[in-house]
Design a protein around this ligand. Structure first.
Ligand code: MN
Length: 130
């Protein structure tokens, strides 16, 4: 069965590229253009993985991640921050907000898929307790 991936991303070009790469590899892609609708869609969809842009209008990605983790249904869902922020400490900030990983923009089509798929292998261990 193909896995569902929710992409929360306000930039249409990035969304297009991410969707293209993932759908080509038989993932089912759902998308939200802002944090609020992303949180709602995540709650109903319970996706296998969430790709989360950090630079979003109104609610930024850190706040979105924090809110996603408050939902027990999503406590173990891999959340990968996707961001062009290159400041020291941003990765740590994303992790503290509840993200499991971090992919830097611009998205590299040659490595993007493997970086996403790492999280299906490394995160789905039942070692995490709520
Ligand atoms: Mn953005």
């Amino acid at each position: 069965m193909s896995k569902n991936i929710l992409v929360i991303e306000d930039n249409e070009q990035n969304l297009y590229l991410v969707r293209f790469i993932l759908e080509k590899n038989e993932y089912k892609v759902f998308a939200s253009l802002n944090g609020k609708s992303g949180i709602e869609l995540a709650a109903s969809l319970k996706p296998d993985l969430i790709l989360l842009d950090i630079q979003l209008p109104e609610m930024d990605g850190y706040e979105v991640a924090y809110n996603l983790r408050k939902n027990p249904d999503l406590a173990n869902t891999p959340i990968i921050a996707v961001t062009s922020y290159a400041m020291p400490g941003d990765k740590e900030k994303a992790m503290e907000a509840g993200c499991n990983g971090y992919i830097e923009k611009p998205i590299n089509p040659d490595t993007f898929l493997s970086k996403v798929e790492e999280h299906f292998i490394t995160i789905n261990h039942p070692e995490k307790t709520i």
